[in-house]
Each structure stands twice: as structure tokens, then as C-alpha cells.
Design a binder for this molecule. Structure first.
Ligand SMILES: [Zn+2]
Length: 399
């Protein structure tokens, strides 16, 4: 055992800091590692050399600000991570390595609500097929990130609301998948994973405070505060869809009236166009028509944007985020929806709370959640296995 405060345990702590920084960022120059860990350039240089010799990291020449630099990433062969995303109508799986490279990805249609057993069976098959396609052994899998389209109860690990996925009542999704695949499974809801995905791979790169808002059959937000997903003690943080906008508005599925969701979610918005455009519309189709100049669809999308903007203004006043990323099909409307969002933020947020804010469309589209599932494993996996494999016990402490 290492004595706390001893040279060896300090050295180990420094190694962990460097590995954690690189693990979350994908790749960093040595100068960036020094900045983000607070370690000196000389210490970082020594640690990187040691980690490289042990096979934990790879170092490649790059340039930063016109100067030669060395880019450090975790070794691509050090392990693989799996992302599994259950949407309401699809299953998507991605396989990546610890250097943040996506090695294989596939999605298939699936009625997830119908039967959880069928869903998990199909996920198991697809995961095994993709691992085989990468040619890297299944023994290299360090963990699986699992996304489900509803809030997870933090204490029981089951879905917090059975009305969202009736076929999943009483199921603990991470236990179920872990017993099938034999590796650790980390679970989270789709909004949190979308936030993580955009933070690590997409429109949120480089910021530490972000809200990812997804408008689909419901409306949810994933909140990143100081680089970490904020879930709240019960796992329900980010239920932006149930902010009250109009006390005498339509009755919401939550039992309140005039929630943001009742002005923005597909089930409330699409019927507005039925008398003029007929039935069978989807948000995707409305966005297409709006982009083609259809005035009714443009009006509906602008109204949705203004209402989302009211919610975002509240969020700014509470959390002062630097970025709001809009995900889901609605993001494809671009300025037709983003403009009205910004307009409402300008009207309702305290100016100082929104000064640093930028509102951007998601960069990852429908892949945000599955890539977020990969990022969830990268964030939760810890460094022990990496360091124990790379370092002999009692490695000399020279930093
Ligand atoms: Zn509600």
C-alpha cells in the first residue's frame, strides 16, 4: 500500500491527473496538459515519457500556434469503449477507442417501447457484430455507455417514469445489458448523453458550461456545469420542458398547465398544422417545408423558437451557461429556429447572464446520444486499469 502524501502516491496522483485530462479531451499538447492539470512543464514531460514507455499514451508531432508541439492521446490499442443508444424508434451502436476515434457505428430501426427483451437482444447482437468488425478482441472492452429515452432513477437504476417506456417497467437497463455483455455498463438519459456528445465531439468543444436542449416527443435538457454533467440528487435535473410559461395554458402530461413542452413538443405543435397541411406530418417534414419557404411551417417553427428562448432565458438567469446547443430534428431548421430563440433570450434574460452565451445547432445530429454514450464511458471508467497495466508496482518516482 502507498502511504498518502508519500513520493510514490504523489507520483501516482500526477499520473492520474495527466491520464484523466487526455482521456476526456481526446488529445492535448503537453502545454495544454500543463495548463489543465496545473503541473509544471517539466513534470508533464517526464510523466508523458513514462506513460509512453508503458504503452498508455501515444505521442505524435503536431503544431500549435505555428510552433512545433507534441500531441498526446491515449493509446488506440489500450482499450475500446462501446456506446448503445435506445431511441423510441431506433437502436444505434458505436465502438470507439480511448483515443476518441470511432471505429464502427451502425443504427437500425427498432420499436424500443414494445419489448425491452427484444431491445436488449438486438443490442447484444449488434455490439458483438461491431466488436468483431473492428478486429480488436472483446477482452479489450473497458465499458459500455447506455442511453435510454427517459429519466433514470438514481437510487434504483430503473426508469423514473414508466409512462415514457411502458414495456420497460421494473427493468434495470444497466444490469440487464451488463449481464448480457459481461462488462461494466454506465447508463444515462438521452438529453444528458446528447450534452456529453456535443461537449466532447461537437458544438460544445472547448466550453465548460453548456446546456443541450432536445425537442422531440418531449423536451429535455442536459446540463454541463464546470465540465461535468449535473444530474441532481434524483437524476431529474434539466427537465426544462416543464417550466411554466402560461398558467392557464394547455394541460401537460405532467399534470400542470402551460409547460414549455405544451408549446414546443411535436405532439402539441404538429396538430397546429393539420387543418392547413393535413395529417401525417413530422418535425423533420415541417423543417423541410419551412426551409422551402412554407409560411405556415415557418410561423410554427418561429413560435417554437420563441418559447424555447423563454426557457433558455430562465436557464441563463439561473446558470449563466456559455453555450446552448439545440439538438434533434428541429436543429436542422437553423436560423429559422435559432433566430427566435436568441430574440427571446435577448428579451427575457438579464443582459449580464446572457452576455457570453452563444446558441448553436448541434454538430452531431442523430449521433449525439451514441457518441455521448462513448464519452460517458471515457468519463466514468477511471484510470486504475490503464495505469496498473502500464506500470510495474513500485515504479520509480522521479517527478
Ligand atoms: Zn409539464
Amino acid at each position: 500500500m502507498e502511504t498518502p502524501g508519500s513520493q510514490t502516491s504523489l507520483h501516482r496522483a500526477n499520473l492520474e491527473r495527466v491520464v484523466r485530462a487526455v482521456r476526456m479531451a481526446g488529445s492535448l499538447t503537453q502545454a495544454e496538459i500543463a495548463r489543465s492539470t496545473g503541473l509544471s512543464a517539466a513534470t508533464v514531460s517526464n510523466i508523458v515519457r513514462e506513460l509512453k514507455e508503458g504503452g498508455t499514451v501515444e505521442v505524435t508531432p503536431t503544431s500549435a500556434g505555428g510552433r512545433r508541439a507534441r500531441s498526446v492521446s491515449l493509446s488506440g490499442s489500450a482499450g475500446i469503449v462501446i456506446g448503445v443508444d435506445f431511441g423510441h424508434t431506433h437502436l444505434r451502436v458505436a465502438v470507439g477507442n480511448l483515443a476518441h476515434q470511432v471505429l464502427a457505428e451502425e443504427s437500425e430501426p427498432l420499436d424500443v417501447d414494445a419489448s425491452s427483451a427484444e431491445g436488449f437482444g438486438r443490442a447484444e447482437e449488434l455490439v458483438n457484430r461491431l466488436i468483431e468488425a473492428t478486429g480488436i478482441g472483446a477482452d479489450k472492452v473497458v465499458g459500455v455507455g447506455l442511453g435510454v429515452p427517459g429519466p433514470i432513477d438514481v437510487e434504483s437504476g430503473t426508469l423514473g417514469s414508466t409512462s415514457i417506456l411502458p414495456g420497460w417497467s421494473g427493468i434495470n437497463p444497466s444490469d440487464e445489458l451488463a449481464s448480457r455483455l459481461g462488462v461494466p455498463v454506465y447508463v444515462d438519459n438521452d438529453a444528458n448523453l446528447g450534452a456529453l456528445g456535443e461537449l466532447v465531439w461537437g458544438s460544445g468543444r472547448g466550453v465548460r458550461d453548456l446546456a443541450y436542449i432536445k425537442v422531440a416527443s418531449g423536451v429535455g435538457a442536459g446540463l454541463v456545469i464546470d465540465g461535468q454533467i449535473y444530474r441532481g440528487p434524483g437524476g431529474t435535473a434539466g427537465e426544462i420542458g416543464h417550466i411554466t410559461l402560461d398558467e392557464s395554458g394547455p394541460v401537460c402530461r405532467c399534470g400542470n398547465r402551460g409547460c414549455l413542452e405544451t408549446f414546443t413538443a411535436a405532439r402539441y405543435v404538429l396538430p397546429l398544422l393539420e387543418s392547413s397541411h393535413g395529417t401525417g406530418l413530422t418535425i423533420e417534414r415541417v423543417v423541410q417545408l419551412a426551409r422551402g419557404g412554407d409560411p405556415g411551417c415557418r410561423r410554427v417553427i418561429a413560435d417554437v423558437g420563441r418559447h424555447i428562448g423563454s426557457g433558455v432565458a430562465n436557464l441563463c438567469n439561473l446558470l449563466n451557461p456559455t453555450r446552448v446547443v439545440l439538438g434533434g430534428d428541429l436543429a436542422e431548421a437553423g436560423e429559422l429556429v435559432l433566430g427566435p430563440i436568441r430574440e427571446s433570450v435577448g428579451r427575457y434574460a438579464i443582459p449580464s447572464a446572457a452576455r457570453q452565451l452563444s446558441v448553436l445547432p448541434g454538430a452531431l445530429g442523430g449521433r449525439a446520444e451514441v457518441l455521448g454514450a462513448l464519452a460517458l464511458v471515457l468519463s466514468e471508467m477511471g484510470d486504475s486499469s490503464l495505469l496498473d497495466a502500464a506500470l510495474p508496482t513500485g515504479a520509480p518516482a522521479f517527478t
